[in-house]
Design a protein around this ligand. Structure first.
Ligand SMILES: Cc1cc2nc3c(=O)[nH]c(=O)nc-3n(C[C@H](O)[C@H](O)[C@H](O)COP(=O)(O)OP(=O)(O)OC[C@H]3O[C@@H](n4cnc5c(N)ncnc54)[C@H](O)[C@@H]3O)c2cc1C
Length: 392
């Protein structure tokens, strides 16, 4: 965004004049569109924000959720990602509402009493000074809100179409809109009827269990087993002295990553539940909250943890997996066929547990997810936009 490059602006410079497809943009999801983005998570919303600067391209973004995300998971924001926020002009506003991570403390078993933890180290969060921006903790929903605001205020006036589930797609190469996409109307009170829409390009930003990825026959490969974490955003009484500092805690009873939350009251505990056996069939996800709390109490010994409320919790199972390709072009046709369908974000790459473990010990546990936020998207969105600009 370049403020005032056309002279003096007396209105809010963040709201750019509507242009092209942003003028009289249809409220209802149309039958034909240039780009269909599936998923309003971080990957999809950034893609929409980027494309919102190209008003000649008619972009729609759908999600099966009935409304905006209210509580998210990806709350740790690396400082290099805040640089990306600055490019979209909201780094300052989001930093003001975030928890700023300045240092990390490390806790390990006391050699004299190994069943108890002691602080063994304290480091600056970013000893190398990798960025002028800070490392933040802020709800993923707010990050998405800012990107969505940018998309809405940009010339193409992009806003999500909620309540549409992607079912499948097929290619009709000779058609002007070659991607034939079947959607299900799943809005509250809707009829669940199927509807076919057509797009020139489809971006699958529909998360780790991506249906778009399945539709193009791409496959994830990588870790065979997952690693599980019990995650809870907690309001508690505790005499643990570093409760407002990011901590990597290792004890004879297990490990915790503690991250204070924005707002000054809650803190998030990632409690290590260990490697998940291949034949687990999702049983680990049924780990009761009470068990996670008991584990956390044992790990924090000799400090007390009296949990008053858990506003959100989950069992987070993850392994490092990468798609065998990022678009619908089979490897043998890579030199002769243009891609029409792209996958981005968790649809093509999920968090690396070994790096997660490493970064527990050092700083920036959350970096692999953030790479999703900022790498694959730029590559694919700029390629689509450039091509569409040439065609229109
Ligand atoms: C507990 C937990 C903590 C995490 N913490 C962090 C962190 O601190 N930092 C970090 O960077 N990452 C973190 N991650 C990872 C992070 O959440 C993901 O990397 C990120 O959300 C991926 O974004 P995405 O847009 O690719 O997919 P998602 O966020 O999964 O979004 C996919 C969207 O697609 C929609 N969708 C799915 N299928 C369909 C369909 N068929 N039709 C229509 N819509 C569909 C979904 O409703 C959803 O809105 C965490 C993950 C978990 C589970």
């Amino acid at each position: 965004m370049q403020f005032h490059h056309n002279g003096y602006v007396s209105a809010d410079p963040r709201v750019q004049p509507a242009a092209g497809t942003g003028i009289n943009r249809p409220e209802e999801l149309p039958e034909f569109m240039d780009v269909l983005i599936v998923g309003t998570g971080p990957a999809g919303t950034i893609t929409a924000a980027q494309l919102s600067q190209f008003p000649d391209v008619h972009t729609r973004i759908i999600d099966r959720r009935p409304h905006r995300l209210e509580i998210g998971q990806a709350d740790g924001i690396q400082s290099r990602t805040v640089e990306t926020f600055q490019a979209f002009n909201f780094a300052e506003r989001i930093t003001a509402e975030a928890y700023v991570i300045k240092e990390t403390t490390f806790w390990n078993p006391d050699p004299a009493k190994p069943e108890q933890i002691i602080r063994t180290d304290r480091t600056a969060d970013d000893p190398t000074g990798v960025s002028e921006f800070p490392h933040l903790v802020v709800n993923q929903a707010r990050v998405i809100d800012y990107f969505a605001e940018y998309a809405l205020n940009s010339p193409a006036r992009i806003t999500p179409d909620y309540g549409w589930e992607f079912k499948e797609l097929s290619a009709e190469p000779a058609h002007e809109y070659p991607a034939k996409v079947t959607l299900i109307n799943c809005a509250d009170g809707a009829d669940s009827l199927e509807r076919v829409v057509r797009a020139k390009y489809v971006v699958g930003a529909d998360g780790a269990r991506s249906q778009v990825r399945r539709s193009i026959g791409a496959k994830l490969s990588g870790d065979k087993a997952n690693h599980a974490w019990g995650v809870m955003d907690t309001l508690a009484l505790t005499d643990f002295p570093d409760v407002r500092t990011k901590c990597a805690i290792h004890s004879t009873a297990g490990s915790i990553l503690l991250i204070p939350r924005e707002g000054g009251q809650l803190f998030r505990l990632y409690v290590d539940l260990g490697e998940v056996p291949e034949n687990d069939e999702g049983k680990v996800r049924e780990t009761p909250l009470e068990e996670i709390i008991e584990r956390a109490k044992a790990i924090l010994n000799p400090y007390s943890l009296e949990v008053k409320d858990v506003v959100w919790h989950s069992v987070y199972e993850v392994g490092h997996r990468l798609a065998d390709r990022f678009d619908d072009v089979p490897l043998e046709k890579i030199d002769s066929q243009n891609p029409r369908v792209f996958i981005v974000g968790d649809a093509c790459h999920t968090l690396c547990k070994s790096r997660a473990r490493d970064e527990c010990v050092h700083a920036g546990w959350l970096q692999p997810g953030m790479e999703n936020w900022s790498c694959a998207f730029w590559a694919s969105t700029s390629a689509i936009a450039a091509d569409l600009q040439r065609r229109t």
